[in-house]
Design a protein around this ligand. Sequence first.
Ligand SMILES: Nc1ncnc2c1ncn2[C@@H]1O[C@H](COP(=O)(O)OP(=O)(O)OP(=O)(O)O)[C@@H](O)[C@H]1O
Ligand SMILES: [Mg+2]
Length: 235
Amino acid sequence: MTKGDVIYEGKAKVMYATDSPDKVLVYFKDDATAGNGEKHGVIQDKGIINNKISEYFFKLLKTNGINSHFVEVVSDREMLVKKLNMIALEVVVRNVAAGSLAKRLGLEEGTALKVPVLEYFYKSDELGDPMLNRYHIMAVDIASLQELDEIEHIAFCVNTIMKDNLRAKNVDLIDFKLEFGRDEKGKIILADEISPDNCRFWDMSTHEKLDKDRFRHDMGGVEEAYKEMLTRLTM
Ligand SMILES: Nc1ncnc2c1ncn2[C@@H]1O[C@H](COP(=O)(O)OP(=O)(O)OP(=O)(O)O)[C@@H](O)[C@H]1O
Ligand SMILES: [Mg+2]
């Protein structure tokens, strides 16, 4: 595999072309942002940890029948993935009220939800990632009804598989954000990353936050929390 030109540099990762037209190389940076990019910082070794944690979850999902864009990890900070046509949606699944949902519904952070909640957000920095429902998505042709059914089926399976796996490690899966793309045949494929950057992980006994919220809310112990999550997953 030969590393080619930069295709896209985002807030947390850089995407490189490779000598295989259907593969891209993801480089995980230590950069961290919050509040739609208003807040910027560096979490030391976050890129290395998120690369390993994403590898862990993509492999876990694969053994449970959920395919993703994951091909292989090629270095500390680099992952080879299938190149996809990304769907401009952030798909959030929530088991416990936190972040914007707690605010929107006036719920205390930590309130258990009777059923898992799925939310769609339009992946648009200019528009500030507005929340969408199925009709908005179909009306502006972001995805079809069949594709939304497929996306929701995968998202809820991911929730069950990750929740069960993390419970054994004394971690509560509070919520997470997924991204999807279409492969060359138009098939819906799970993409992007699964890490403390786009998931909320709480210690099941102490409710200690083991994710990017420590950075978002200047709680300190950020690097330690990312390392703790990697340790728990790989022990
Ligand atoms: N398999 C894939 N093929 C093509 N693009 C992908 C794939 N997986 C993820 N991407 C895209 O690559 C980019 C990854 O970079 P990054 O996550 O830093 O960017 P961002 O999403 O713009 O920023 P942020 O996640 O901080 O909002 C995203 O735009 C993501 O949608
Ligand atoms: Mg991203």
